[in-house]
Write a protein that binds this ligand. Structure first.
Ligand code: WTA
Length: 650
């Protein structure tokens, strides 16, 4: 007990020191304490930011709010791609835009001028396969420059993209293509991960077989080593990108889009089995993404910026592509794993490109911390001036380590809370302004208002995180499912957004995010619905019933523990557990693979037949062994933590 208190005291002492580091000067003039006061007239604040973008024609009203429907910058027209590229030309044509590195060490660089050429060509290719304004295009690509070209090309011609993380299974891809009604899919022959080749085209073919509406598949060829020799092209449906590109005449101007025209759909997990397509539009989204890139990430044209997220997630959309390119920065993109060929790969990249702003997830930070100080210490990281984190709550130990071992105690850390649905950062310190506290995302950003509410809608010190007024980059709906949109986010209180997170506020008004309050798990910063995993499990012929819970995991934040009951005659074994784990990975994607599968004779249920998840969670965490009479093998349960370790190894 005593030593624990001492540790907490030490932490509090540390906290006092987390004023903005003395040497740090925010580059954006907006990072000034007065900005909070200036933003009190929040509609005017967002209009000021909108004016910093390029518009083809001005808006008439800042906001029309008829809860839960917001229309920002009505009648204004703009183009997201134009704001990321054309706006920087011709002066910026020679400045670096993308600095790409592949896992095997291959490198490609593009200036803003070259980016313009590539994106216009890509747009021409999309047009040549019949993509027009409003048509949805599915993108299933690894982290290669073409992923960015494809997204921006869609934005340029007014075709909403639906990017699907390349780690998702063929079934997950097919569900997303069908739900969005995409007729065109962009993919590649393959990708790399930890020295292994991922046969993307083969996955795409399996998905396509389940997508009757899919007309064309455009395939980016990477060539040697990624299995392109084995790629089968279906005549009439499949086209090599480079072949189509040959007949594209240069030049494709940016379509003026209405501020409320669709920019993209991005699928994310919810509490039901089916992922939902979060809808984002153009004007408000670009405004808030740009504003937060400038104020929170403090990005300017002369920054070399690296956000390690994949473009398959919202962080990749807002803070790999749209925000940093709109700010005119140089964006580093790395395709592979952080521990390939060794655990120093990220720091080698930071050193090579002179990264100045680095944005990653707590899971990654905890892994780096475990791998030891020697890896970052071996590299020259003096170019880094600002650090960010996103995706899950960060524990104070990891925060302090990040600041010291990566930031040399001279860089502020921005712990940014937001969601696929919010489109852009909502709660975060402002670098150079906020006295940060490790583990707290601090305060809502200027122009944003949040509250902590109980079920009755009263303000409380610890409760549900609620967003109490509209914000520019808010989701405009769930694709094709208005009832779910209303039910999920807007049914708890009147006209107030329910985020699905719990939080508390301290006496100084700092917010401490506590994780999800619904059936959504956060595994290594990835959202996974328990129902999705359960549906995958019960599809297996051996499984009768399944219940999935999150269990604390030292690196991933949460891990997945699956309790299953088996069909009559089947018996649990290590082999079957391994098979079921593999089955979930095959049917959803490797990120959803349970750490442990536990066989039970029965699942504890309430009288009304609801599975008692909390009890299962306690059991999995080893807290409720006494109550496990309905479970066949409490001894197995007790070993859940050890099993984690085994599973990690295997
Ligand atoms: C969690 C990722 C604590 C939260 C941008 C949220 C966080 C979910 C933080 C959204 C943070 C994200 N501190 N929790 N700084 N950032 N979360 O949609 O539970 O993939 O609801 O968006 O991640 O995940 P999503």
């Amino acid at each position: 007990m005593k030593s624990e208190c001492a540790a907490i005291d030490a932490l509090l002492d540390e906290r006092r020191r987390f004023a903005p580091p003395p040497g740090f000067v925010a580059r954006a003039r907006v990072a000034d304490p007065a900005v909070y006061a200036e933003a009190e007239d929040w509609e005017a604040y967002w209009e000021r930011w909108a004016r910093r973008l390029h518009w083809f024609s001005p808006w008439s009203t800042a906001l029309e709010w008829s809860p839960p429907d917001a229309r920002w910058f009505q009648e204004g027209t703009l183009n997201a791609c134009y704001n990321c590229i054309d706006r920087h030309l011709p002066e910026g044509a020679g400045r670096p835009a993308l600095l790409w590195e592949g896992e095997p060490g291959d490198r490609r660089r593009f200036t803003y001028g070259e980016l313009a050429t590539e994106v216009e060509r890509f747009a021409g290719v999309l047009k040549s396969v019949g993509v027009g304004r409003g048509d949805r295009v599915a993108i299933y690509l690894p982290m290669i420059p073409e992923a960015v070209f494809a997204m921006l090309a869609c934005a340029r011609i007014g075709a909403p993209h639906s990017v699907v993380f390349a780690g998702f299974s063929p079934d997950s891809l097919a569900d997303r293509i069908n739900d969005a009604g995409a007729e065109v899919l962009v993919t590649a022959d393959g990708g790399y991960r930890r020295g292994k080749v991922i046969a993307l085209k083969r996955n795409a073919d399996r998905a396509a077989a389940r997508c009757p509406g899919l007309r064309s598949v455009v395939v980016v060829r990477r060539g040697q080593g990624v299995g392109s020799d084995g790629v089968e092209m279906t005549v009439g449906r499949d086209h090599w990108y480079h072949e189509l590109a040959q007949s594209v005449r240069d030049g494709c101007s940016a379509e003026p889009m209405g501020a409320e025209d669709l920019l993209y759909i991005l699928y994310t997990s919810g509490t039901t089995g089916k992922p939902k397509g979060v809808v984002h539009t153009t004007g408000g989204y670009m405004t808030q993404v740009y504003a937060t890139t400038r104020t929170v990430l403090d990005l300017r044209q002369d920054d070399v910026y690296w956000c390690t997220a994949d473009v398959g997630w919202v962080t990749g959309h807002s803070y790999v592509v749209y925000g940093p390119l709109a700010a005119g920065a140089a964006v580093v993109i790395y395709e592979g794993a952080p521990d390939w060929p060794d655990r120093g790969r990220f720091w080698e990249i930071c050193e090579r490109y002179g990264v100045s702003v680095f944005y990653t997830a707590p899971t990654a930070i905890r892994a780096f911390m475990q791998w030891g100080d020697e890896w970052p210490a071996a590299r020259e990281l003096g170019s880094i001036r600002l650090l960010g984190t996103v995706g899950e709550p960060i524990n104070p130990e990891a925060w302090i380590w990040y600041r010291r071992a990566i930031g040399g105690d001279r860089c502020p850390i921005v712990d940014t809370w937001w969601q696929t649905e919010t489109g852009a950062m909502m709660i975060s310190p402002l670098p150079g302004v906020t006295h940060a506290r490790p583990g707290s995302a601090c305060r809502p950003l200027p122009g944003i208002d949040v509250d902590l509410l109980n079920d009755g809608g009263e303000s409380v010190k610890a409760g549900y995180l609620a967003i109490t007024r509209p914000w520019p980059s808010m989701l405009r709906g769930i694709w094709g499912d208005r009832p779910r949109f209303l039910e999920t986010y807007w049914s708890k209180w009147d006209g107030i957004y329910f985020a699905g997170d719990g939080a508390k506020v301290d006496d100084d008004g700092y917010l401490w995010l506590l994780g999800r309050v619904d059936d959504v798990l956060n595994v290594a910063g990835h959202r996974i619905g328990t129902m999705e995993v359960e549906s995958a499990l019960v599809e297996h012929e051996a499984v009768a019933e399944a219940a999935v819970v999150g269990v604390e995991h030292p690196v991933k934040g949460q891990g997945i523990a699956a309790f299953v009951t088996l069909m009559g005659g089947r018996e649990g074994s290590d082999e079957l557990a391994a098979e079921l784990r593999g089955h979930v990975a095959d049917s959803i994607g490797a990120i959803a693979r349970p750490e442990v599968v536990l066989f039970a004779a029965d699942l504890p249920k309430t009288r009304s037949g609801k599975i008692m998840r909390r009890l299962l969670g306690d059991i999995a965490a080893g807290r409720a062994i006494g109550d496990t009479t309905t479970l066949a093998e409490p001894a197995v349960v007790r070993g859940v933590r050890e099993r984690y370790r085994e599973a990690e190894g295997g």
